[in-house]
Design a protein around this ligand. Structure first.
Ligand code: OOG
Ligand code: NI
Length: 456
């Protein structure tokens, strides 16, 4: 008899990504169409570009690659999520404050759970953008509404004791035996299914008037995966193919424009999923069937990670593009999205160099250095961006909302920062720039050792 198999964190992570993907495909059929089209795009891209296509991740990695998005209500729920993902070798990276990133009402702060080691990322880079409601923010919630929200959230259980116990055990033991692993994965997947429990209609509508995101998080007694995003090697090709299939995409790809130089950071686009059935309980106890549009389909293309300097240049370019587009719109109210993209490309050309070599030489992008197998020659490899962009995230939240909600700008917002988030999580919050720098340093040290030279 063979010894029972033991699943390591990365195996739990890969299996969980697959299990969520199967579940989400059943719940949101358009997601399956998106996966089909993504596979076509990637296969064609690899056929056209050969080995060059795999510089930012092997095709095996890219094919399995997904990010998910979930939303919770309280620091306690956030810390439980951290335990579940901790079991899968996923750790909180980065702090995103989406309350100010847009004019619409998105009363959340977020982090992303993901693997942090290079080898772990190569095995399976599954990441989950995780947002939590800021119920204390007076621009969104009155003291009375905050109190009722807290009491509603405090009374619900998103993750049962059995799931959390298995998560803790996996994290402590570095994995789980086969049977426990199967149970852990089943319970974890189930925790993110869309529930068909009737929703208190008055409560849901009251929160929705403030923010659709607040209603989605705090109006129901369970949580669900909001979207699951595959990665493609050519997002413009994907966009065109989805439209050709009759699926209407949002009117732009978010993030950097398409241009002739190296792709950096993250480009994303999405489409609205069909309305899903939801059961409500009215004030007089009647159960009514209605539908809700909350979830959607999203897809992304990943580029080279930028250094702090590169990122500052990116942020400045975004502001410059916005200002120029706003001015152009005043001048000509018929200013189109195509014209805006043209403008973005111009700003881009003035900001970023057109070659990877220049991106490396100017210290704008991260690159690792590998000594060739014969000990001669050092190859420079781009580091792929593993994180998110606050502005695109806010855009993704927003483009799929049915109403803007109501934000009282006369009120002061509540201070929230990375330290506060680490406290809520009950564990260290990693800084993405430190992680990229670390990857690069290690590659330099390794290369220096192989060559027998001083890394400095
Ligand atoms: C998360 C939105 C952010 C992304 O890809 O930027 C996100 C959400 O809708 O909960 O997933
Ligand atoms: Ni997303």
């Amino acid at each position: 008899m063979s010894a029972p198999t033991f699943l390591e964190p990365w195996q739990l992570r890969a299996a969980f990504a697959r299990s969520l993907s199967d579940m989400y495909g059943k719940e949101v059929p358009a997601y399956t169409t998106l996966l089909d089209v993504s596979h076509e795009v990637n296969a064609d891209f690899v056929a056209q570009h050969g080995a060059e296509a795999e510089r930012l991740g092997s095709i095996a990695r890219v094919t399995a690659e997904r990010h998910g998005a979930i939303r919770v209500g309280t620091p306690t729920e956030m810390s439980q999520v951290a335990r579940i993902f901790g079991a899968m070798g996923m750790f909180p990276v980065g702090f995103y404050d989406l309350r100010d990133a847009s004019s619409s009402a998105v009363p959340v702060i977020s982090t992303a759970f993901r693997p942090i080691e290079r080898a772990e990322l190569a095995r399976n880079p599954f990441r989950v953008f995780t947002s939590m409601l800021v119920t204390a923010d007076r621009r969104f919630f009155t003291a009375d509404l905050e109190r009722r929200l807290e009491s509603f959230l405090g009374a619900r259980t998103l993750f049962g004791p059995e799931l959390l116990a298995l998560a803790d055990r996996a994290e402590a033991d570095g994995g789980l035996p086969e049977n426990e692993a199967a149970e852990f994965l089943r319970l974890a997947t189930e925790a993110f299914e869309l529930s068909d429990e009737p929703v208190d209609q008055a409560w849901y509508r009251e929160l929705e008037a403030v923010s659709a995101v607040a209603a989605d998080i705090g109006g129901i007694a369970s949580t669900h995966i909001n979207h699951l995003t595959p990665r493609v090697l050519d997002i413009d090709d994907l966009y065109a193919r989805m439209e050709a299939r009759g699926i209407t995409m949002i009117d732009a790809v978010q993030g950097p424009p398409r241009w002739a130089g190296p792709d950096v950071l993250l480009r994303q686009t999405s489409f609205r999923a069909l309305a899903e059935p939801r059961t409500f309980r009215t004030a007089d106890g009647e159960v009514v069937h209605d539908s809700l549009r909350v979830r959607f389909g999203e897809v992304e293309a990943r580029g080279i990670a930028l250094t702090r300097e590169g990122r500052a240049a990116y942020d400045a370019a975004v502001v410059q593009i916005d200002e120029a587009a706003a001015a152009a719109r005043v001048e000509d109210p018929g200013f189109t999205e195509a014209q805006r993209q043209e403008l973005a490309r111009d700003v881009w050309q003035q900001t970023f160099p057109t070659t990877e070599t220049a991106l490396a030489d100017q210290g704008l992008g991260w690159f690792t250095y590998e000594v060739g197998p014969d000990g001669s020659g050092v190859a420079r490899e781009p580091v792929v961006y593993e994180d998110f962009l606050p502005r695109s995230a806010a855009g993704i939240f927003q483009s799929n909302l049915t109403s803007d909600g109501a934000k009282d700008v006369s009120q002061e917002g509540t201070d929230r920062d990375a330290d506060w988030m680490a406290g809520a999580l009950g564990r260290a919050l990693f800084d993405p720039f430190d992680l990229y720098a670390d990857q690069v340093d290690r590659s330099l040290a390794g290369a220096a050792e192989t060559l027998g030279v001083d890394p400095a």
